[in-house]
Ligand binder design. Sequence first.
Ligand code: GAL
Length: 336
Amino acid sequence: MLPRGFNILILLMSTASLCPAQPMVGINTSEKNERIPILPGEVWLDDRDSVINAHGGGVIFRNGRYYWYGEKRGRSASMGVTAYSSADLLTWTYEGMALEHDGIDTLSDIRTGCLMERPKVIHNDRTGKYVMWFHLELKGKGYKAARVGVAVSDSPTGPFRYLGSMRPNGNMSRDMTLFKDDNGDAYLIYSSRENYDLRIARLTEDYLNVTTADSMIFSNHREAPAVMKHKGHYFMVTSGCTGWKPNEAWLHRSDDIMGPWRRVPGNPMRGPMAELTFDAQSTHILPVDGVKGGYVFMADRWKPGDLKDSRYIWLPVGFEDGIPFMEWTSSWLPVK
Ligand code: GAL
C-alpha cells in the first residue's frame, strides 16, 4: 500500500533486474544517464566508485544540496567523520573528512583510537555555522567515557573544528541525535545512565552547548533515537540496547518535544524482518527537500566483523491515521 499524502513517488522496480546477486561494484551512478534507485541493503558507491563509508549518519538539506555525515569505519576502527553531498539523494559525491582524529601524539580527546559515533550536523541560522555533535568515547576506555563531542564549521563540508566534549548536565551520553525545530530551537536526544534513560536537552542559541532544560523522555533502556516532526506532532523511533545486533523498533509520540512522550502501540516497521527493523538500527529521519509530508527513514545494517561494509537501509515513511510507518521495499526512487 502506498502511503497516503506522501510526497515521494515510489517507483517499485523489478527486483530481478535491479538487485543483482553480486554487489553493484563497477556501477558509477554519476556516469549513467539512468537514475539508479535506492536499494536498501545493497552496496552503495560514491562518485569515485568507492563504497560510501558514512555509518550511524545523518543528512541535512542546505541550498539545494543534501549533505550526508557519518562514521568512517575500518573493519572495526572508528576513523572520524566523512561528508558526502548529493542533489537527488541517489548519487553521492565524496567531500572528504568532515572531522578527523587529531593523530597519535596528542592528549586530545579525539586522538587516534577514540570512537566517534552517530555524528549529526545542523545549521544555525543565527550564527551561520554548521554544528556537529557526535558520541565520543575516549581512547582505551571502551564505552565508559560516555561523552558527546561538539565541532563547528563555516562550510557544510567542513573541515569541522573540534571544540570539546562533555557529559551533558553531568549525565552519561552514548547514542544520540540532534533535532532542529521549525523555530530554530535545537535539541540533543541522548541515551544516559548506562542507556537506561533516554534524555532530551535544549541546546543554547549557538547550538554549542546544552542548557539546563534537560528532561527524561523515558527510562526503558532504549537507544539509536531518530526524531521527526509531522503536522505539529513529534515522533521518535528508537531501538533496544543489544549492541550491533538488531531488535524491534519502538515509536513514541509527543506534542511537546520536551515530553511527555507516549509509546505508539505496535511496530512502526512493516514487511519481512520488521520485528528486527529489517536487520538494522535507526539513525536518522530526513525531511525530504523541506517538503512537508515527505521523510526518509535511515538505518544501519551493522556488520560487526567488518563495520565499513555495514549497509544502509533507507526507506520512505508512510502515514496511516497521521502515524508514521516504514514499509520494506527493495528498490525505490525519491521524486520531488
Ligand atoms: C550500539 C550502538 C552503536 C554502537 C554499538 C557498539 O548499541 O547503537 O552506535 O555504539 O552499540 O556496540
